[in-house]
Design a protein around this ligand. Structure first.
Ligand code: GLN
Length: 454
């Protein structure tokens, strides 16, 4: 009831929820109360959560914040959300996001932007909570849920977490099932939680992970007890600091935060090692070829025929396809479809797509080599703090917006776990995050280092 009250009073201004499911929440909560009264109940019994609108929820509208899915009510539940309900969680509603998770400011949503509950010192300007999981981050930061699900294809969990002073982890590719998650770029997409603390993050991720025969890329490995790593000593751990992440033009405050993080871990007994990830400079162009290529293929299913928006202006079959898609998709999604179709087309496929796949392999190998000398890598999470909604420079130049992802896309390309932990405030009083990158399947060490930085 406290969360429902908070949503009713704050959501009109924040626009974090695009759909609320309070009746369902009350029913689930009553069932949880009954279980708890008998001394029973799961890991998340009674915990009120918000769900990113990219997870299919049976009987509850799921739009991925696109016009083309504005009337879509799934008949089935995603594996990740089913795992949460099986462990006793309660659903408050569906959270806003960039359309099909394409964006870094939550401004591409069909349902309008989300506002960050944080304000700059001395300014009343509305700030972005980041994207694409802007609704998840804003809702957690404003206490409109205890925690939220999110998803990360190139930084969409970690960048919004950094912009809102929350904790976000993208686990190893394949830890969480993608079944029932609306697809953006299938070889990069991963589920993960946004929470207030590292301890909560470990608990929620534990429930989200599972092997699932319905996702061919789901891993069959056991899921360790993530919570047991929270609070574990980092003494003797080797922390890699990549030279190539020291970018020109990054604000001095971001560098200072990084130095502070390094000092904290040193004080806690960790060893700091300089490492090199030489192909880092190719990561953004590589990502912005592979992600749109996969998106253009995944989004071909929205044809106005089977489900989703269908135009009422068509004169014939081709019109149904053309008009349904041109009316249903937003501008950024169309841009990605065009880029993706271009890089996959005959004559350009080898020069762009195949080349990007080779570069992706080099980026993954950079990390494999780095693990010879370190156990975990520490970097800034974002190149800036939260920026203003409607930022003209970024709105006019999509590439300026893409630069937000400079520190985060490498882990998606390599399939590695990465966490953003709140680590301090900038001179305007806005939160900044540090990123901890771990080895494949070594979320445990990421949780230990994250908790040491918290
Ligand atoms: N900002 C990146 C993009 O627009 C990443 C999005 C994501 O991780 N879903 O593609």
């Amino acid at each position: 009831d406290a969360f429902i009250g908070a949503i009713e009073s704050a959501n009109p201004a924040l626009n974090a929820y695009v759909e609320t499911t309070f009746d369902k929440a009350r029913a689930q909560a009553a069932a949880s109360d009954a279980k708890l009264a008998k001394g029973e109940g799961g890991r998340l019994e009674g915990a009120p959560l918000g769900i990113k609108d990219l997870y299919c929820t049976a009987g509850v509208r799921t739009t991925a914040c696109s016009g083309i899915l504005s009337n879509f009510v799934p008949t089935y539940e995603s594996t990740v959300t089913q795992n949460l309900w099986d462990d006793g969680a309660v659903m408050l509603g569906k959270l806003n996001m960039d359309e099909f998770a394409m964006g870094s400011s939550n401004e591409t949503s069909h349902w309008g932007p989300v506002t960050n509950p944080w304000k700059s010192r001395g300014s009343n300007a509305a700030l972005t909570p980041g994207g694409s999981s802007g609704g998840s981050a804003s809702a957690v930061a404003a206490d409109l849920c205890l925690a939220a699900t999110a998803s990360d294809t190139g930084g969409s969990i970690r960048q919004p977490a950094a912009f809102t002073g929350t904790v976000g982890i993208k686990p190893t590719y394949g830890r969480c099932s993608r079944y029932g998650m609306v697809a953006f770029a299938s070889s990069l997409d991963q589920a993960g939680p946004i929470t207030k603390t590292v301890a909560d993050s470990a608990i929620l991720l534990q429930s989200m992970c599972s092997h699932d025969a319905k996702d061919s890329t789901s891993l069959t490995v056991p899921v360790p007890d993530f919570a047991s790593f929270v609070g574990k000593s980092v003494k003797g751990l080797r922390i890699g600091i990549p030279d190539e992440y020291r970018l020109d033009g990054i604000p001095a405050e971001i560098d200072a935060l990084w130095e502070q993080g390094i000092a904290w871990l040193k004080d806690a007994g960790a060893e700091i090692v300089r490492i090199s990830l030489p192909h880092t400079k190719y990561a953004l162009p590589c990502y912005y070829i592979i992600a749109p290529a996969e998106a253009s293929s995944n989004l071909a299913r929205y044809d106005g025929m089977r489900y989703g928006h269908r135009t009422d202006k068509a004169q014939g079959l081709t019109d149904v396809y053309e008009l349904s898609r041109s009316e249903g998709f937003g501008k950024e999604v169309k841009r990605r479809i065009m880029i993706g179709t271009y890089v996959l087309s005959a004559g350009f496929y080898d020069a762009y797509y195949v080349k990007a796949l080779k570069v992706r392999r080099r980026i993954a190998e950079d990390f494999i080599n780095a693990w010879n000398s370190c156990d975990v890598i520490l970097t800034p999470a974002t190149p800036s703090a939260a920026f203003e909604l409607g930022d003209q420079a970024k709105a006019a130049d999509p590439v300026a917006m893409y630069l937000n992802d400079v520190f985060t896309v490498t882990t998606n390309l390599a399939g590695l776990p990465g966490m953003s932990v709140p680590a301090g405030l900038d001179s305007q009083g806005l939160p900044l995050g540090l990123q901890v990158i771990g080895k494949t399947l070594d979320e445990g060490t990421v949780f230990a280092v994250g908790a040491a930085l918290e």
